[in-house]
Design a protein around this ligand. Structure first.
Ligand SMILES: Nc1ncnc2c1ncn2[C@@H]1O[C@H](COP(=O)(O)OP(=O)(O)O)[C@@H](O)[C@H]1O
Ligand SMILES: [Mg+2]
Length: 481
């Protein structure tokens, strides 16, 4: 990992430098030999040539070991050298060339190639937009990279269909364009998949959500076995909707049966009982398309407790709302800039959900990405509103939490919550008891924060324990203080 000083210099846009791949002349020969052998291997394994990285790495190691032993009878080849060289060679062979090390860096959010003879840009999680020392100097090299990505996902990009949108096998989302749509040569944008998803504890630590709001949502989404609330997470592009959806999904009671439906698989829901579905574009003969709506419809026959729709955009909205109106719970993200606009978008073309159905939503959670003058951005849940009914055809919203930009706090701005009242009524408890339970859950979350229990597995483990035996968990936390 590079230090901060290595990243930042005095330029307006900080520099991200990757070390040049240096091979000795002998290593270059070895690399070529391995490549040739690999072609043989590809031919002999027929059409379904799928690379097993681990096996390949091992093969390379054995190959190198033998070759280097032949050549250096007297000098000893260290294991460390073998390991390093093998993985370097492996990345060179199956990786993505110049930008491969960018794809390996989990601290990068995005990789942006804007054409030839221009630096490749990256968006760094800590330092924001950065310029790299990588450049593509000829169009062919860049086209080859895009082609190889297209082939990997069984798609193609050419003059007739010059836009490619898809997902690489590591989960990263790619969008590529070639001339004539992109005038200055091919462009490629890679939204990288974060290998360790941000958890609810990470989001509390980074102040995207407050401890109080997290505990409140936990009880609402759990519903104490009587009413598990649903929610739409709304916001602009890259505001962190999917990330928040993923993090709050850890609150779902482990007893629920969850079905997720997405255009490209992004969600990493920690629960065991999850069926993941992905839409499919039509093939070259224009057949076999499976839309979001097809999958949401089908999910209703799979007896789900909760349906999670990655991004609600079109006609699937009505199907989803039909599900919500018939006693299923759901989550979804939606692109919009305010709670009001969320309703407008849902009720107008192309989603066209009848207003009467909208009342099935419990929460609209608004998420914002705030940009600062230094180029670094941060994300906040800016508002949580409850849908409380409809008056004269206008949907009524009740704001419960609101982010205050001056204090950078998410304030509780409402006296009552419809969902909490419903949970109290249906479970036969008083609101006082419900609030007590929210405090208990705050304690659990606080404990995780102070003990740095923040990974996906940590969170999953503790929430499962809490669901199984809340009192035991609370006793342990209190004893530990
Ligand atoms: N609260 C957050 N704090 C830090 N980084 C975040 C946060 N939310 C999202 N990100 C990062 O921002 C990028 C876009 O997030 P994503 O959830 O996919 O946005 P959206 O679904 O709104 O387009 C991802 O790389 C993600 O890791
Ligand atoms: Mg998203």
């Amino acid at each position: 990992m590079k230090t901060k000083e290595e990243f930042i210099n005095n330029e307006l846009i900080p520099q991200y430098n990757i070390p040049k791949q240096n091979y000795t002349p002998k290593e270059k020969i070895l690399l070529n030999e391995i490549r040739e052998n690999l072609v043989d291997l590809a031919i002999s394994s027929g059409e379904n040539f799928l690379i097993d990285e681990e096996k390949l790495l091992n093969d390379i190691k054995i190959f190198l070991f033998n070759r280097l032993r032949e050549e250096n009878q007297n000098t000893k080849v260290t294991n460390e050298y073998l390991d390093n060289l093998s993985s370097k060679l492996l990345r060179d062979i199956i990786g993505y060339g110049k930008i491969d090390s960018l794809l390996q860096d989990d601290e990068l959010e995005e990789i942006m190639i804007i054409g030839i003879n221009k630096p490749v840009y990256v968006y760094h999680r800590k330092y924001g937009m950065m310029k790299t020392n990588i450049k593509y100097t000829n169009e062919q090299e860049l086209t080859e990279l895009i082609d190889s990505m297209a082939r990997q996902i069984n798609r193609r990009i050419d003059k007739e269909s010059p836009i490619l949108d898809g997902r690489l096998s590591d989960g990263s989302r790619i969008n590529a364009t070639i001339p004539p749509v992109s005038a200055d040569g091919p462009s490629l944008t890679i939204r990288k998949f974060k290998k360790d998803p941000l958890t609810i504890i990470d989001l509390i630590n980074s102040k995207t959500i407050s401890l109080e709001l997290a505990a409140f949502l936990w009880i609402c989404f759990d519903g104490l076995g009587v009413k598990s609330a649903n929610a739409i997470i709304s916001g602009g592009t890259s505001s962190g909707k999917t990330t928040t959806l993923n993090a709050i999904s850890s609150f779902i009671n482990p007893k629920e049966r969850i079905i997720t439906i997405e255009d490209t698989l992004e969600l990493q829901i920690p629960q065991e009982h999850v069926i993941r579905m992905e839409t499919r574009p039509a093939n070259v003969e224009n057949k076999g398309e499976l839309t979001m709506n097809d999958l949401v419809k089908n999910s209703l026959r799979q007896r789900p407790d909760r349906i999670i729709v990655g991004e609600v955009r079109a006609e699937e909205a009505i199907t989803l709302f039909t599900a919500l109106n018939t006693g299923h719970s759901g989550f979804g993200t939606l692109h919009s800039n305010s709670a009001r606009e969320t309703i407008t978008r849902l009720t107008t073309n192309p989603m066209s959900v009848p207003k009467i159905m909208i009342q099935a939503i419990d929460f609209i959670i608004m998420q914002k990405r705030i940009y600062t003058s230094t180029g670094v951005s941060y994300r906040r849940i800016s508002e949580v509103a409850e849908v409380v009914g409809s008056e004269d055809g206008v949907i009524q919203l009740n704001k419960i939490f609101e982010w205050n930009p001056e204090t950078d706090r998410i304030d509780n701005v409402s006296i009552t919550s419809r969902t909490l009242t419903q949970i109290a009524n249906l479970s036969g408890q008083s609101l006082y008891e419900i609030n007590k339970e929210i405090e208990n859950r705050e304690l659990v979350l606080k404990h995780m924060i102070s003990h740095n229990l923040h990974t996906e597995n940590d969170v999953k483990g503790i929430l499962e324990l809490y669901y199984a035996n809340p009192q035991k968990v609370l006793n342990r936390i209190i004893l530990n203080r």
